[in-house]
Each structure stands twice: as C-alpha cells, then as structure tokens.
Design a protein around this ligand. Structure first.
Ligand code: GLC
Ligand code: MG
Length: 255
C-alpha cells in the first residue's frame, strides 16, 4: 500500500475503541468500508497481548486491522492474524539488543507496595507491575524514572491509569513500533492520526504530533499538550470512547 493519499489511523483499544458498544459498531463499520476502498491503513496499538486482540476481533466488534502493535509496542503482528501468528522478528531483534530484563527488574525490586502483574503480561521485553498500592505511586514512578535515566539503562518507564507500570526497551513503545510498521509496509506516513486515552498512548502523540484524545482520557494523556507543545494537531474530543474517535476523524476530514 504505497499510495500517498491513504490515511493511517493508529488507535489504542481499551477505553479508546471499547467502552461504548453502539458507538464502536458504527465506527467499525465506517473503518471497514474505508479500508475496503483502499483509503485507510488501520493499526490497532495496544497494551493487550495478541490473543486478547484476537478475542476482541471475535467478541468485541473491533475492526479488522492491517497491523497490530501489542504489549505496549514491544511486539508487532501483521496479517493473517490468528493464534499461530508469529511476531515481526526484525522488531523483536532490534529491541532485544538494547534491553536486559534482568536489569529492568532491578529497578522495581524493593519498591514499597509494588506488585508484579501476572506472568502472562510479563515477557522478555516487558516488565509490568501494579503500583497503585504504593504509599505514593506518583513519587515512586518519579524515582524509578530517575534511576533508569541516570543509568541510561536502555529501558523506559511507562505509567498508565494510576496503576500500571511498564518497563520496556528505550526504542520500543507504541509510537516507535507504529513508525516501524509503516516503514516495513511502505505506507506513506504524512497522514497518520493516532487515538488514545491513557499514558501508554502518549508515545504515539509524541511520535506523530497528530491525534485524537478521547473525552474520557486520563489526566496523564490530557497533559500531552503542555508536554509536547502547541504546534501539534491534537484534537481533544468531547465525546468518549469510539464516539470520540469518530468525532476526531470527522475533524481531520477522514470521514
Ligand atoms: C495492558 C497490559 C499491561 C500494561 C497496561 C498499560 O493492560 O496488559 O501489562 O501494564 O496495558 O500499559
Ligand atoms: Mg487505553
């Protein structure tokens, strides 16, 4: 797909597309017809694992994508998407070179109140914890970030929804993974619109400077305007969930 006029929508799933079933149904229908007409390249960009994305395609009415960026931008999958799909090895290899899970774990040991997320959410390229039971989660995040930055540890700290803490390779994250997909699939990337609701989405806004913040977004994502400046085309939708994404796509003239 190398046409110049194709729009790219890279959207988060949970609480961005999901949350309002009727609105998602309407949006999915529209996205599916834009894809059929060759006008849209759709990336689902999520913290979910691939099996959870597949479940969403089956049971939650998520639209069929052209690519999946999963596990907070540490894995990429291209169609055909099924339980046997392998992730894109060139992305994995690039990340493995810079990241040591052992070193990343070192930053979350001995933090008061921290809990590891279940094993299935922890991978060689992603250390994930819950931090909501820490006495002062925000302060703990700041301290972990400062230590990671000080050591130039080849990893980055992602803080979402006042609960989820991810340590992933410095070159990973949703934004950079989407960029990698577009180059790999030779999709012109001037027309990228991203959509999200929480902290793990902010790298998409940083990378592409153009996107939709849904009405129900968490404060940490709403803060992107002050973080990345006002030169960007960030659209803060009034509507929530999929209706907010739809509103934003109308704003950007996609539908
Ligand atoms: C998803 C992932 C979880 C991660 C969170 C925020 O819920 O399953 O591991 O911490 O997204 O990025
Ligand atoms: Mg979300």
């Amino acid at each position: 797909m190398a046409q110049q006029d194709v729009h790219v929508l890279a959207s988060d799933i949970d609480n961005t597309l999901t949350g309002d079933e009727k609105a998602l149904c309407e949006l999915a229908e529209q996205l599916t017809s834009l894809r059929k007409e060759g006008k849209l390249f759709l990336v689902l960009s999520t913290g979910r694992r691939l099996d959870q994305v597949l479940d969403g395609l089956q049971n939650e009415n998520l639209p069929e994508p052209d690519a999946v960026v999963s596990q907070v931008g540490t894995e990429i999958y291209l169609p055909p998407l099924n339980e046997n799909s392998g992730n894109l090895k060139s992305w994995e290899e690039k990340l493995r070179k810079e990241f040591s899970r052992e070193q990343a774990l070192h930053y979350v040991q001995n933090v008061e109140g921290i809990e590891m997320q279940p094993e299935k959410f922890n991978t060689p390229l992603k250390v994930s914890c819950y931090l909501d039971k820490a006495p002062d989660p925000e302060k703990a995040v700041k301290q972990i970030r400062a230590a990671v930055d000080r050591d130039q540890a080849g990893c980055q700290v992602i803080w979402s929804s006042s609960r989820d803490l991810d340590l992933i390779p410095a070159s990973a994250g949703k934004g950079k993974a989407i960029r990698f997909v577009l180059e790999h699939e030779q999709v012109a990337s001037e027309q990228v619109i991203v959509a999200g609701d929480s902290g793990n989405d902010s790298s998409m806004f940083e990378e592409f400077g153009r996107g939709i913040v849904v009405g129900n977004a968490k404060p940490e994502l709403k803060a992107i305007e002050s973080e990345y400046g006002t030169d960007n085309a960030f659209y803060f939708a009034s509507a929530s969930y999929a209706a907010g994404v739809h509103e934003g796509l109308r704003h950007f003239g996609v539908c």
